[in-house]
Write a protein that binds this ligand. Structure first.
Ligand SMILES: [Ca+2]
Length: 321
């Protein structure tokens, strides 16, 4: 059934947001009730999260890679989102509480970008504690955790009582309320010459000028937040989202709260990383997307979690683990 619907979101005095929706004509024809629903939504975010108001926006773009389009209208419900990427310190709490062993630890080898060689290498012993391998510096507690597979991320989210964002939720949140802007902060990559996130200034993979101050991962929150108060939605590390990846999904996805393809072999990732530069993937654009094998960790891919806002009718989440 088509999930299209007309939704209106707004904020009323006192800070409570409301949501009003009416069934789309096809649903009405099928006998769905045409009653307007209003639900009050709590907007006080749990610690470490921010309230994302939900609404309708243009997802995707025609200006980047082919699979980042076509631009299409999408509506997402209000939700809460982690202000930052999940840190090494927080992931360590999860491991201490559950004894979880990551995919990379079980395999004993993981992919890492090695600065010295300027190459991606299969590094024995690379894991979330030592993303570039046991001979390289350990990950710092305040940096985003990496070398986590999609399943590792989902396991963390379940433990935390949260879930991964859908790709649509992620992009809505990344745009920070700026409709149609190239970046989370506007249309200029480095306003006044100042990088607004952790990416690669210079020619990849040999010349990293690091004008942003970081060659590898930056402590979360090192750069200004976007309009919703979210840090590092552009650069630092790519982030797993819940959806399977399908290159032409945007050409036929539902308008209301899309949940991604029902099956696939790769998972979508969003946001770009410290390895993205202007001549390469430019993954720090709000519309940029990429995909990864869900079974593997890698040294520039982490995640953050979301939580349904109380009062929201949960969508059917067949692919969110
Ligand atoms: Ca950098």
């Amino acid at each position: 059934m088509t999930m299209g619907a007309i939704l209106r979101f707004g904020v009323v005095a006192g800070g409570a947001a409301f949501f009003a929706g009416a069934p789309a004509p096809d649903c009405a024809a099928a006998g769905a009730r045409r009653a307007t629903r209003k639900q009050s939504v709590a907007t006080t975010a749990p610690a470490g999260m921010v309230f994302i108001p939900g609404g309708t926006f243009t997802m995707g773009a025609n200006s980047g890679l082919e699979f980042e389009g076509p631009p299409h209208r999408v509506t997402v419900r209000p939700f809460f989102m982690d202000r930052t990427e999940v840190t090494v310190a927080r992931f360590a709490e999860f491991v201490a509480a559950t004894g979880h062993e990551t995919e990379a630890e079980r395999r004993g080898v993981a992919k890492a970008f090695v600065v010295k060689s300027g190459k991606w290498e299969d590094v024995e012993g690379a894991d979330w504690r030592h993303p570039e391998g046991p001979d390289a510096p350990a990950s710092r507690p305040e940096e985003p955790v990496v070398q986590v597979s999609w399943d590792d991320a989902v396991a963390f989210a379940k433990w935390a009582g949260r879930r991964l964002p859908t790709e649509a939720e992620w992009e809505f949140a990344a745009r920070g309320g700026l409709e149609g802007a190239t970046y989370a902060w506007g249309n200029e990559l480095a306003p006044g010459g100042k990088p607004m996130g952790n990416w690669w200034q210079g020619d990849f993979p040999r010349n990293n000028k690091a004008r942003d101050g970081f060659v590898l991962r930056a402590p979360v929150g090192s750069f200004p937040p976007n309009g919703y108060g979210l840090h590092d939605m552009a650069g630092n590390v790519w982030e797993w989202v819940a959806d399977w990846y399908e290159p032409d999904y945007f050409s036929h996805s539902p308008m209301l709260d899309p949940q991604g393809p029902t099956t696939g072999t790769l998972r979508a990732v969003r946001g770009g990383s410290f390895l993205c530069n202007e001549g390469f993937c430019r993954g720090y654009r709000a519309a940029a997307r990429n995909r990864k094998n869900p079974d593997t960790g890698i040294s520039h891919l982490g995640f953050r979690c979301v939580l349904d806002a109380p009062g929201q009718r949960p969508a059917k989440r067949g692919t969110t683990g």
